[in-house]
Ligand binder design. Sequence first.
Ligand code: ZN
Length: 235
Amino acid sequence: MRFLCLFLLLPFLPACGAPKKEISSPIGSSVNLSTGPVVVIDAGHGGQNLGARANKPYCEEKRVALQTARLAKKYLSQLGYHVIMTRNTDEFLPLERRVEIANKAGAEIFVSLHFNSSRNPIAKGIEVYFYDGKSSHTRTAASRRMASFVLTQLIRRTHAVSRGVKSANFHVIRETKMPAILVEGGFISNPQERAKLKDPDYIDQLARAVADGVDQYFKKVCTGSGSILPQRKPI
Ligand SMILES: [Zn+2]
C-alpha cells in the first residue's frame, strides 16, 4: 500500500509511473510484468574495457561496477521498479549502445555506475555527476536533484568522504533523454578504499544506497511535494 498515494496522483504525474511488484508465473519462473517506472542501470566498462584497476588487492572497475549494478537491480526491483541493465555480463558495450538502450526503453531514470582512479593514491571518496544541459533545464534540474539524493544515501551507508555533486560532459549522461546520473563509487587507486570495494558487504551497501536514493528522488520529485517537473492540469 506504500504507493497508494502515487496511484491517486497518477493523472497529475506525466513523467512518473507507479511502481508495481514483479509477478511470478505459476511455473515458478520470474516473469517481469512490472509496469513500474523504468530504471536503466548501466554498469560501466566491460569486456576488453577494464576501466580503472590496481593491485594488492587486485581490483578491476568493470567487475565492481557489474557487481554493484546487479545488486542495485535487485533492490530497485524489490521496490517495484522495472529495471533494465545495459549489460549483465562481462561484455564490451559502446557508449552509444548504452544510450540507445535507455532512450529506446523510454526509461524514466538512468544511473551509470563507475569507480574512480587518480595518480594521487590518497584521493578518495564518492562523487555523483549530472550533465548540465542548457537546452533542457527540466532534465538538468531533475538529474541534479537525483544526484543529490543518491549521494546522500551513499555517504549515509558507507561513511565515505563526499566529493559532492558535480556536472560533467560524459556521453551517457549527456545523450540520454531522461534524468541521468553517473556515480563514481570510490577510488580503486586508493589502497584503503580499494580494500573496501573488495568486500561484498560494502558493495551491498553501495547498491542499497543507489536504490534508496533513486526511490527517494522518484517519490519526492514525482509526488508533487517539491516537484520540479511540469505539472499537467487534470483532464
Ligand atoms: Zn569508469
